[in-house]
Design a protein around this ligand. Structure first.
Ligand code: CA
Length: 226
């Protein structure tokens, strides 16, 4: 998943970014509201984590402007204050949830997972394609009941492919969904990761489910495909 973090305190931003990357997400950071709104306008984020107190404006204003622009992305508001009034104002501005600083990182992760799940409309945390399963809560990946060990990026690529099972997924879609702006494309990184992934989820098994479509991208077989 690709996340946007709007947070002006460098230490907190680094801490959150690193923790979310360990959870296989790609994270872009904006240290002010205007940059955050601009980024959200050009990148299809899966979630925005938004600090309430920003140098140029505040999180309530940013949230309101995102919603006015028709942005439906889930927003998790971070607030140093914990008063009822702030929470109500944030939620009224269109935030989906809020978390009061200081918070335990485990709680941030749990809320991020819940918001992403709700947004995907998924009832369970499990994705299935053929005999391949991926659990977005535990990060457990299995094929034919055998556990598959994946790196962070391999996992992120696979999750995206599973969420788009049966569809053609282009390199650009994968780059946008799995890599952040600190990564400079132009290399064959997507092909490299597809190769790693195929070695783990396809090569050991008789039935192949990850196809390369020459010139267009990749497709993970839909469950009802023959
Ligand atoms: Ca702040």
């Amino acid at each position: 998943m690709r996340l946007l973090l709007i947070e002006d305190e460098p230490k907190i931003a680094r801490f959150i970014k690193r923790g979310l990357e360990e959870e296989h997400h790609a994270v872009d950071v904006a240290d002010n509201g205007e940059d955050g709104i601009a980024l959200a306008g050009v990148t299809p984020y899966d979630l925005v984590i938004l600090d309430l107190m920003l140098p140029d404006t505040d999180g309530v204003d940013v949230c309101r402007r995102l919603r006015q622009g028709g942005e439906l992305v889930p927003v998790l508001m971070l607030t140093a204050r914990g008063t009822l009034e702030d929470k109500v104002t944030g939620l009224d501005a269109g935030a989906d949830d809020y978390l009061t600083k200081p918070f335990a990182f485990a709680e941030l992760l749990a809320r991020v997972r819940a918001l992403l799940r709700r947004h995907e409309g998924a009832k369970t945390a499990q994705l299935h394609v053929a005999d391949l399963t991926l659990d977005t809560a535990t990060h457990d990946v299995r094929r034919a009941d055998r556990r598959v060990e994946l790196s962070n990026k391999e996992y992120a690529v696979l999750e995206y492919l599973m969420r788009h099972a049966g569809q053609v997924v282009t390199r650009t879609m994968l780059l946008e969904a799995v890599w952040d702006y600190d990564f400079h494309p132009g290399s064959n990184v997507v092909d490299v990761y597809i190769r790693y992934l195929r070695r783990k989820i396809d090569d050991p098994f008789p039935v192949k489910i990850l196809a390369t479509l020459r010139g267009s991208g990749y497709r993970l077989r839909a469950p009802d495909d023959p």
